[in-house]
Design a protein around this ligand. Structure first.
Ligand code: 2AM
Ligand code: CA
Ligand code: CA
Ligand code: CA
Length: 259
C-alpha cells in the first residue's frame, strides 16, 4: 500500500469534515435517540459519515467501509482493505459541551491495522500513525511512551464501568494517581498516546471506537487488548484496555482477572 498519498487524502478529508462540524456549531442540531437516552445521534454524525464514505468510495471504489451510523457496508469478515470510521466520537460531548469529540478513521488490511487517525476537532490535534512508521500529533513525531506504573499514572475509566465498579474499577482507580473521565474513547486513547494518561479502559466498545486508536497506540509502545487480555475483535463489541506495558500487567493481574 502506498501510504504517503493516502495519508494526504485522509488528512484533507478529516479537516474538511471538521470544517463542516465547526460551521454547524452556529446552527441548530437535530438530535435523535438510538438505543437509550444517552445513546444519541445528530444530523452532523450522519452528514460527516456520508461525506467521508463518499470521498473514500470515489477514490477507492473497491474497498469496503464500516461506519457507525450505518451508511457503509455490512461485514462478515475483514478480508481486503477495510475502512472503519466514527464520524463523531463523543456525540454526547459534541451536543452538551461542544468540545471533547473526535473524528476517527482506521484503515485495516486483512484484519491488520495499517493507518489510524484521531482528530480532536476543538483542540486541533490530529493523532495519526502508519503501521511500522511511528505516530504523530499533527506534524510532530511522538516519542515512545514512558512505561508508567498504575500507581504513578492517571487513568481514564468509562463512567458506567467506574460507577458500577465493574472489573473492580473503583479499587483500580484508588490504586492509581487519579481517575479522569472525558467520555470519548478517541480523545481518551489520544491522551494515553501522548503520555497524559497511563491507561484508558472501557467496556462494550464497537469496532469504530477501537480501530484508529489501536494502530496509533501500538506505534508508541502501548498495549491495546480486550479486558481478558486477548486480542480485540473488530467484528464485535469489546471491553478494552489501552495502557503502558507496566500499568497493563498490573491492571490485568490485580483487577481485571480477579474474580
Ligand atoms: P460515540 O460517541 O461515538 O457513540 C462514551 O463513553 C464513549 O463510548 C464514546 O466514545 C462513545 O462513542 C462510546 N460508545 C460506544 N457505545 C456506546 C453507546 N451504546 N452509547 C453511548 N456511547 C457509546
Ligand atoms: Ca454513537
Ligand atoms: Ca465512538
Ligand atoms: Ca460516533
Amino acid at each position: 500500500m502506498v501510504f504517503q498519498k493516502r495519508h494526504e487524502l485522509i488528512k484533507g478529508w478529516i479537516l474538511e469534515a471538521a470544517t463542516m462540524i465547526l460551521k454547524s456549531l452556529q446552527e441548530e442540531l437535530t438530535v435523535e435517540v438510538k438505543t437509550h437516552r444517552n445513546d444519541l445521534v445528530t444530523n452532523m454524525d450522519k452528514a460527516v459519515e456520508v461525506f467521508l464514505i463518499s470521498k473514500i468510495q470515489e477514490r477507492f471504489p473497491t474497498e469496503r467501509i464500516m461506519g457507525e451510523e450505518g451508511f457503509g457496508n455490512s461485514f462478515q469478515d475483514l478480508e481486503g482493505t477495510v475502512w472503519i470510521i466514527d464520524p463523531i466520537d463523543g456525540t454526547l460531548n459534541f451536543i452538551k459541551q461542544k468540545r471533547n469529540f473526535a473524528i476517527m478513521i482506521g484503515v485495516y488490511h486483512n484484519g491488520i491495522g495499517q493507518m489510524g487517525y484521531i482528530y480532536d476537532v476543538m483542540e486541533d490535534e490530529m493523532y495519526w500513525a502508519v503501521k511500522g512508521q511511528g505516530a504523530y500529533c499533527n506534524d510532530e513525531k511522538l516519542p515512545m511512551v514512558e512505561d508508567t506504573s498504575l500507581k504513578e499514572g492517571l487513568v481514564a475509566i468509562n463512567s458506567g464501568m467506574f460507577a458500577t465498579n465493574r472489573y473492580h474499577a473503583a479499587e483500580m482507580g484508588l490504586a492509581s494517581s487519579g481517575v479522569r473521565m472525558v467520555g470519548s474513547a478517541g480523545v481518551e486513547t489520544a491522551h494515553v498516546v501522548s503520555g497524559r494518561l497511563a491507561a484508558y479502559l472501557s467496556y462494550s466498545l464497537c469496532p469504530w471506537d477501537i480501530a484508529a486508536g489501536k494502530v496509533i497506540a501500538e506505534e508508541v509502545g502501548l498495549v491495546y487488548k480486550k479486558l481478558d487480555g486477548k486480542e480485540v475483535d473488530l467484528l464485535s463489541k469489546n471491553g478494552i484496555i489501552v495502557a503502558t506495558p507496566k500499568a497493563y500487567q498490573e491492571i490485568l493481574t490485580d483487577y481485571l482477572l480477579k474474580p
